[in-house]
Design a protein around this ligand. Structure first.
Ligand code: SAM
Length: 196
């Protein structure tokens, strides 16, 4: 069985049929179904947003009064929705790009991953680095009581990352998703009630 065949699993096809830009859309839907992390009317920051599956789902979840700001190194195709702002740039520069607005988002969500090199240690360090960057961004831009969702991978320094995030939230949940591919060792960390 070729890897190309595996890549195009049933969620890949479902995403195509339902107009989502990526199969990752179903991961955010699954997280929301279980934890209700994104409230109606929320202003959401989607870090590492390309091609935009999570951004599309977040726009559905926040409803007419909410908004979604997405940033990625890779430029996203426009979504033609006045509630949506898309930025091509590095999340490291986000505060500066936004003009140092302070805490202004109700939810910070990150599905960021680095370009994989195939070198296990380097890739593990890169993925934890992305999670740490997302947490740093949340510390600058997430409102008190806000929610945080971040992708991480088992192994390496991930336990240290989870430990460092735990005291920042009223509740911190680790969640392995049904919509994650069976071959992946990713899981998601969901923080509710940011303490600031
Ligand atoms: C798995 S994809 C995100 C998929 C997306 N959530 C969706 O639903 O379509 C991970 C993204 O993280 C982005 N990324 C990695 N490091 C970044 C950084 N420092 N700043 C912004 N985006 C970054 C990559 O460019 C990549 O597009």
């Amino acid at each position: 069985m070729s890897s190309e065949y595996n890549r195009k699993d049933h969620l890949y096809h479902k995403a195509k049929d339902e107009g989502y830009r990526s199969r990752a859309a179903y991961k955010l839907l699954e997280i929301q179904q279980s934890y209700k992390a994104i409230p109606q009317g929320a202003h959401v920051l989607d870090v590492g947003a390309w091609p935009g599956g999570w951004t599309q789902v977040a726009l559905e979840l926040v409803g007419p009064k909410g908004s979604v700001t997405g940033i990625d190194l890779q430029a996203l195709d426009p979504l033609d929705d006045p509630r949506c702002k898309l930025i091509a740039g590095d999340a490291r520069d986000l505060e500066e790009i936004l003009g140092y607005p302070g805490p202004c988002f109700d939810s910070v969500i990150s599905d960021m991953s680095p370009k994989l090199t195939g070198i296990k240690e380097a890739d593990q360090a890169g993925t934890v680095g992305c999670a740490e960057l997302a947490l740093y961004v949340a510390q600058q831009l997430l409102k008190k009581d806000g929610s945080f969702i971040v992708k991480v991978f088992k192994g390496g320094e991930v336990e240290g990352f989870v430990k460092s995030a735990r005291p920042m939230f009223n509740k911190l949940i680790r969640s392995e998703l049904k919509s994650t591919r069976a071959t992946s060792n990713e899981f998601y960390v969901i923080g509710l009630g940011f303490k600031r």
